[in-house]
Design a protein around this ligand. Structure first.
Ligand SMILES: Cc1cc2nc3c(=O)[nH]c(=O)nc-3n(C[C@H](O)[C@H](O)[C@H](O)COP(=O)(O)OP(=O)(O)OC[C@H]3O[C@@H](n4cnc5c(N)ncnc54)[C@H](O)[C@@H]3O)c2cc1C
Length: 471
């Protein structure tokens, strides 16, 4: 089994920066990602290697991939992590089967999961996440639909609408929970980030040119099948995203792309029992860290959106800082390297902007309150809001009791989709904080895999049979 100084989990902007920094300073580094190309969500590569795309994000992704290819980082792309143990052994499933490696230091840079607050019809075919729409557009170079309704909140809303229009799609409307005033409030922060400002214009201009209707302070309340299309119903809402009844509007489309923010991926840091706390503005539960990204567990680090939603620019700077801290530990440097201070400042600067964006994507309490009782919350196990609240009335006071009683969060996604909403419903029903109701305990395997993928090829005669104990 190979041993590394540092294993980095996740080849997004945070993981790649950390891995390249540590490798350039002499560490033996391995980098894992389930995608076959590095770049993470924001710099995602097209699935066809020769496909070229316009735009700053694609160019930044190509630059990052070229630099990584020239580095000494040992790449395990196309490898899905399914287990990480307390002695820092990493198991990942790749094209050749499952492999295992060990490491002295472990950095978790596994990014985020998209949140969708359930509404009637959210599980229908054709209703997809905003983040999923960005994958279709960037990776598959496919339009989400001939006609698309884009709904939800946060910067991905405008990114998906803009990218769809640029790719030749027809966006029938943008339905935004935020008010125009909320967006104006981010303008001063946006002006401090010229590259992001330019990027925003590249999304905003096609929307203006196409005169796409923008319904600010509106929310999607229902989607129903209408022949082979979808009928989306929207309603005005208040600042906490509670719909104001009696004024719905209906729009017929092929696809509804909807997203209500991102939550940090903490399954690995939780599996390793690092301490976590709940921070609504950072997207939800996050690991407690020191200034260098080290968690409460020695030699376990976290960086990028997995440490709290702050966006790609902050992820890059934080990755460099954490990479450098790892170098200090392995090479036994007495104090922090001089460059660490610069990365730390650049990270703080980028994070301030990311914080404004993350605040727009934070879960709004009226939104969860308005989920209809019969609506499915856990789509793997078909558990409705009413069933979650019945379990609560019967005495399920934390999410793991809820999971045991209803199977909510017990399906293949392990609660990544429903966990945030189920916990919010439980906390609201009991009138307690999110900390009080806890978070689903992660379990191995972190991603579904078959027994034969886990064990590899073996013959029964290869299984060592222990000698019988003396009587
Ligand atoms: C689906 C999606 C689409 C997004 N699209 C955009 C966008 O278009 N524009 C934008 O500005 N922001 C986008 N974001 C937000 C963006 O992800 C972040 O701001 C930024 O990329 C954070 O960088 P990161 O390195 O922390 O994480 P990420 O870029 O998310 O990278 C994390 C990496 O970890 C890998 N990973 C996670 N779990 C495993 C596992 N078990 N095994 C192997 N690999 C794993 C993932 O494949 C991913 O490559 C998107 C987020 C999501 C969830």
């Amino acid at each position: 089994m190979n041993h590394y100084d540092l294993i980095v989990l996740g080849a997004g902007p945070a993981g790649v920066s950390a891995a390249m920094m540590a490798s350039a300073k002499g560490l033996c580094v391995a980098l894992f990602d389930e995608n076959t190309a590095a770049g993470g969500q924001v710099y995602r590569a097209p699935i066809l290697p020769d496909a070229k795309m316009d735009g700053a994000e694609f160019r930044a992704g190509e630059t990052l991939r070229d630099a990584l290819a020239r580095s000494n980082v040992r790449l395990f792309l196309g490898h899905t992590l399914w287990a990480v143990t307390g002695d820092y052994r990493v198991d990942a499933l790749g094209p050749g089967g499952s492999i295992s490696c060990t490491t002295t230091l472990l950095l978790v840079a596994t990014g985020t999961t998209e949140r969708v607050v359930p509404f009637e019809g959210w599980t229908l075919p054709g209703v997809i996440g905003l983040a999923a729409a960005t994958i279709l557009l960037k990776s598959q170079r496919t339009l989400p639909g001939k006609t698309t309704l884009v709904a939800g909140c946060g910067p991905l809303l405008m990114a998906v609408a803009g990218q769809t229009l640029k790719a030749g799609g027809d966006v029938k409307a943008i339905v935004d929970i935020a008010s125009r005033g909320e967006w104006l409030g981010t303008a001063s922060a946006l002006l401090t980030r010229p590259a992001i400002f330019k990027q925003s214009l590249s999304y905003g201009l096609p929307i203006l040119r196409a005169r796409t209707p923008l319904y600010s302070r509106h929310t999607l309340v229902k989607v129903s099948a209408h022949g082979d299309q979808l009928l989306a119903e929207l309603a005005p809402c208040d600042a906490s995203a509670r719909p104001i009844s009696g004024q719905t509007k209906k729009i017929l489309v092929d696809c509804v792309a909807v997203g209500h923010g991102l939550t940090p991926s903490t399954d690995i840091t939780r599996l390793l029992h690092a301490k976590h706390h709940y921070c609504r503005e950072a997207g939800g539960w996050i690991a407690q860290t020191d200034a260098n990204g080290q968690t409460s567990r020695e030699r376990l680090f976290v960086a990028g959106d997995a440490a709290g939603i702050r966006g790609a620019a902050a992820a890059i700077e934080q990755g460099k800082q954490v990479g450098l801290a790892c170098v200090g530990i392995i090479l036994g440097h007495a104090g922090p390297e001089p460059a660490a201070e610069n990365f730390s400042q650049a990270w703080q600067h980028a994070a301030r902007f990311g914080q404004r964006m993350a605040a727009m994507m934070a879960l709004r309490e009226g939104h969860v309150e308005s989920i209809p009782p019969a609506t499915v919350v856990c789509r793997c196990e078909d558990v409705t809001r009413a069933e979650i609240e019945q379990a609560c009335e019967a005495g399920a006071h934390d999410v793991n009791q809820l999971k045991a009683w209803t199977r909510c969060g017990m399906g293949p996604c392990q609660g990544r989709t429903c966990g945030d909403i189920a916990a919010e419903l439980l906390a609201a029903k009991q009138g307690v904080s999110r900390e009080s109701v806890g978070i689903f305990s992660p379990r191995t395997p972190l991603r579904p895999l078959t027994i034969s993928e886990m064990t590899g090829d073996y013959d029964y005669s290869d299984i060592p049979i222990p000698k019988a104990a003396p009587l």
